[in-house]
Write a protein that binds this ligand. Structure first.
Ligand SMILES: NC(=O)c1ccc[n+]([C@@H]2O[C@H](COP(=O)([O-])OP(=O)(O)OC[C@H]3O[C@@H](n4cnc5c(N)ncnc54)[C@H](OP(=O)(O)O)[C@@H]3O)[C@@H](O)[C@H]2O)c1
Length: 210
């Protein structure tokens, strides 16, 4: 059996792996790795062109869904079925003092970075518990483990993922389900352009996504 170590066991050939934000950067690189290991990868993203391109590149299944909007979880599960692995990677950045952030921007960050992962976990967990097998991966950030001025809400959403994972880990203990939190430092992706503020530090230099 080929596979990748997933924390508690091996991902098997043919396993269904959902990668949110699989259309770009870290998610696209993650989708390729799972596809190379023989998994059926469901590439989730908002931009149809980018989703199709990434899915084609890894031989995966495209799934266009806006995780900030209603119905996104149902769309993902309609395409994926019952996933063996869920990688909650989709995320948006936000930079600037909280005092000057618009309420819609604050809400969008919470919806994409924290609410969508919580709703996705809630949706896939019953199937994983029934099968006694599965793995949940939450892509956080170093900003979730330390206070970053100018990134208050982004940091809070990422810290929330750590709490979500730690709590769910208690709930699934002994059920064959693993929970992993990935904590990237600076990675050279479209992330900084998209949030509208370039990466500000000379060190560490951003590393390639894959
Ligand atoms: N880059 C870094 O230095 C860094 C550091 C720490 C943590 N991270 C985290 O790593 C994760 C991946 O980021 P990245 O660097 O790879 O950035 P990226 O290249 O901008 O990728 C972000 C992905 O999230 C998807 N996404 C954003 N909003 C969405 C929405 N409303 N619905 C569905 N999908 C949505 C995007 O899809 P579309 O393009 O289709 O919208 C894209 O595939 C994020 O959670 C980020 O917070 C990144």
């Amino acid at each position: 059996m080929r596979g990748v170590w997933n924390g508690d066991g091996w991902v098997r050939d043919g396993d269904t792996v959902v990668v949110t934000g699989g259309s770009s950067g870290i998610g696209a690189a993650t989708a390729r790795v799972f596809a190379e290991r023989g998994c059926r990868v469901v590439v989730v993203g908002r931009s149809a062109d980018a989703v199709q391109r990434s899915a084609r590149r890894c031989g995966g299944v495209p799934c266009v869904a806006d995780l900030a909007g209603p119905g996104a979880v149902d769309t993902v599960l309609d395409v994926a079925g019952e996933p063996d692995v869920l990688v909650c990677n989709a995320g948006v950045g936000g930079a600037g003092p909280l005092a000057y952030a618009g309420p819609a921007e604050v809400e969008h960050l919470v919806r994409v970075n924290l609410l969508a992962p919580a709703l996705l976990l809630r949706a896939v967990l019953p199937g994983m518990l029934r099968r006694g097998r599965g793995h949940l991966v939450l892509v956080s950030s170093i900003a979730g483990g330390m206070a970053v001025g100018g990134e208050a809400v982004y940091s809070a959403t990422k810290a929330g993922l750590h709490a979500l994972a730690a709590s769910v880990r208690h709930e699934v203990a002994g059920h064959g389900i693993g929970v992993t939190v990935v904590v990237p430092g600076a990675v050279d992706t479209a992330f900084f352009d998209r949030r509208g503020t370039p990466y500000p530090r000379r060190f560490p230099r951003p590393v390639p996504a894959g």
